[in-house]
Design a protein around this ligand. Structure first.
Ligand SMILES: NC(=O)c1ccc[n+]([C@@H]2O[C@H](COP(=O)([O-])OP(=O)(O)OC[C@H]3O[C@@H](n4cnc5c(N)ncnc54)[C@H](O)[C@@H]3O)[C@@H](O)[C@H]2O)c1
Length: 352
């Protein structure tokens, strides 16, 4: 499969690398408004580097990966879909709910695969939590706790990463959006949202620095959620799932799992940890990029499967992209109006 990349920044370079290193894929072209960035991404291949969208789209390719900033995702996504390309777009799918809906509708109308880069689903610690819940080892799922946070503004390299007109929001659209997706992935769906958000730390208009919320799935099972830009201990995310017969935790960074199982509620307990030493050593040598790259490789494998009609893969689809942005907006609405916001179940997108 010939795949083009739009946006060759930190993430786009890794996306291009994942394409180059997969024997079933070929880098077709790269478009970035910076020629240097585009050229760097095509290094070692014969793929052309472009600084505008149209000649990029005119190049022969089967699929496009969009990894430009969120406020410009839409133009590239529509351009790719109009030409019949399958699409994998970075999170957030768009900086607005309406933008997400337009991209989802276009993918459905064109019968193309739309995947969204919620790569935490491919982190071993999250995979373990998902597999543990599905296996029934912790019994009936009772509730989740999800958390994503970092120190806020000093963490950002560029303005678009935190300014509302480009990013579409604050902590919930940044590190928090991954955790919204993890909650939905584990709950099956999010149909009810109540929450409180604030802009009291960094005072960036429209960009909340803290949000606490409760999400519920159609069965009423809740996730307690926090997204924050005032996690002074540094970048961290975790999910904990509590069931009738135990609990399981997945966390990063560092990558970690903990599992407690018991034969009955309050019964004899067994506790296990996994510290993933190989990942910790690799990150010391090659930074977090090495872990992200592995997850992008996993996503690419499943993207190929999705284009062949197999949707039974962990890869997030367009509905996951849409729901995560809808949930961020619902938390804002809930916070402002002091009410519970309900959303219709979306499920999974149909196979192409
Ligand atoms: N999945 C993840 O874990 C993860 C992590 C970080 C960022 N992201 C997402 O990936 C995307 C890119 O993030 P990044 O950290 O690589 O950003 P970045 O700023 O490092 O790179 C963005 C690149 O896009 C280029 N660009 C700007 N406007 C463009 C346009 N109109 N068309 C084409 N290229 C354009 C810039 O020149 C830059 O090279 C964002 O959507 C971001 O939210 C995902």
């Amino acid at each position: 499969m010939r795949i083009g990349v739009v946006g060759a920044g930190v993430i786009g370079q890794l996306r291009a690398q994942s394409i180059k290193e997969n024997p079933a894929t070929q880098l077709a072209a790269v478009f970035d408004t910076s020629l240097d960035a585009a050229k760097k991404a095509v290094e070692g291949t014969s793929a052309p580097a472009f600084t505008s969208l149209q000649p990029f789209l005119d190049t022969g390719m089967d699929a496009v990966i969009v990894s430009s900033p969120p406020h410009v995702h839409e133009e590239a996504c529509h351009g790719a879909l109009e030409r019949g390309r399958h699409l994998l777009c970075e999170k957030p799918l768009s900086n607005t709910v309406e933008g997400c809906k337009r991209i989802v509708d276009a993918a459905i109308a064109r019968k193309r695969v739309l995947a969204v880069g919620f790569n935490l689903r491919y982190y071993p610690a999250i995979k373990f939590v998902k597999d543990t819940i599905d296996s029934g080892r912790i019994g009936e799922l009772d509730h989740l706790r999800v958390f994503g946070g970092h120190e806020g503004l000093p963490k950002f390299r560029i303005d678009w990463q935190y300014k509302y007109p480009e990013s579409g929001g604050g902590a919930m659209m940044d590190v928090g959006i991954h955790m919204t997706d993890v909650a939905r992935y584990l709950l099956g769906e999010i149909t009810e949202v109540s929450g409180v958000m604030s802009e009291n730390v960094w005072h960036v208009p429209g960009s909340e620095d803290n949000a606490v919320a409760v999400f519920r799935n159609p069965k009423g099972i809740p996730a307690i959620y926090q997204a924050t830009w005032s996690e002074w201990k540094g970048y961290k995310f975790y999910v904990e799932a509590y069931g009738s017969h135990g609990m399981v935790r997945g966390a990063y960074a560092p990558m970690q799992n903990m599992i407690i199982t018991q034969d009955r509620p309050g019964g004899k307990r067994s506790t296990r940890w996994n510290f993933f030493p190989e990942i910790i050593v690799r990150e010391k040598l090659k930074t977090w990029h090495s872990t992200a790259l592995l997850s992008f490789k996993g996503e690419l494998e499943d993207f190929l499967k999705m284009t062949r009609g197999n949707t039974h893969v962990p890869l997030a689809d367009g509905y996951a992209g849409l729901r995560s942005v809808e949930v961020a907006r619902a938390v804002k609405e809930s916070s402002e109006a002091h009410k519970v916001v309900t959303l219709p179940a979306l499920g999974r997108m149909e196979a192409v």
